[in-house]
Design a protein around this ligand. Structure first.
Ligand SMILES: [Zn+2]
Length: 302
């Protein structure tokens, strides 16, 4: 297991006091964990023509000397993750013998052994926007501002706290300190606009990647980053409920409420509509993270 020294907060009225806290990230993806428990699945999936075809048709991108597939438009996945996503969609399930959906959850979450994957309570999700990775000062400022608004959008609806550690913005990715995830510019040559990560992915995958085209994109920047941060909080694509036959995940009893207005449903909507956190998203996010911390006047015991 990898250790991450993140920050947690003890709040005083109108102010957050930061404390150091050790946070454990998974050392392996959920998919790797599932395949380890079920090694025969690997050969089964690899022998399926549909999988071979899917793998051959996906775009690939090199990030920090590692090659990944781009899946569902804005997710970076390795081969094991691709196998599990493929299997889930093909079987309209989320491998219910291994893990199953939680009750009363409006957003689609990552599940590990029957538990919802989320960040630890009290953890401040610190990030920096790596200035030198963007093409210009104005590109950097556009991303910085859109991140500010997108993080506030989530803080307004559920019990999460983000913090931009601006003094780290000039650093290189390898020398970042006190930052859980960097937001960095990258030239994907238009393969993607922005890519996110899940908290269930190993720590070296905790990066938000922004293509050079982002600042001039015809897409709404705030919509993109609000969506991307939904992944960072552990929410999956709403349209991931659809299977290959375009139905919903039949065995996901509590995931029947397909929400076309979800901020996590951007298929066919990006560029045509502004994505906002819908009422069902708010309820789903609160079922995982609780109500917005902005509602409370916290009392410190010190
Ligand atoms: Zn997405």
């Amino acid at each position: 297991m990898l250790l991450l020294f993140g920050l947690c907060f003890v709040a005083k009225p109108g102010q957050f006091k930061l404390l150091k806290l050790a946070i454990m990230g998974y050392s392996k993806t959920l998919s790797a964990q599932i395949l380890e428990r079920n090694p025969s699945l690997i050969a089964t999936i690899e022998s399926m023509n549909e999988f071979v075809e899917l793998e051959a048709n996906l775009k690939m991108v090199m990030i920090d000397e590692e090659e990944y597939y781009i899946y569902e438009d804005d997710l970076l996945v390795d081969k094991e993750e691709l196998m599990i996503y493929f299997w889930e969609q093909k079987h309209q399930t989320i491998l219910s013998n291994l893990y199953k959906p939680p009750s009363s959850n409006e957003l689609k979450n990552l599940i590990n052994y029957n538990k919802i994957v989320r960040w630890k309570p009290g953890l401040v999700l610190t990030y920096s926007v790596l200035k030198n990775t963007f093409q210009s000062e104005s590109d950097y400022k556009i991303v910085k501002e859109a991140m500010k608004q997108a993080t506030e959008a989530w803080e307004d609806v559920c019990g999460v706290k983000f913090e931009h550690v601006e003094e780290q913005d000039e650093r290189k990715i390898k020398s970042l300190k006190g930052v859980i995830f960097p937001v960095r510019g990258i030239n994907s040559k238009g393969i993607f606009t922005a890519l996110a990560f899940y908290p269930s992915q190993p720590k070296n995958r905790w990066k938000v990647l922004i293509d050079y085209s982002f600042s001039s994109s015809r897409y709404d920047q705030l919509s993109i980053l609000t969506h991307v941060l939904g992944h960072v909080l552990g929410f999956r694509h709403e349209y991931g409920r659809d299977n290959v036959g375009n139905g919903m995940m039949v065995d996901a009893e509590n995931h029947k409420m397909y929400n076309p207005k979800s901020v996590m449903n951007f298929k066919g909507r990006l560029g045509t509509q502004v994505l906002e956190i819908s009422e069902l998203d708010r309820r789903g996010a609160q079922s995982v993270y609780g109500p917005s911390l902005k509602k409370f006047d916290f009392i410190d015991a010190d």
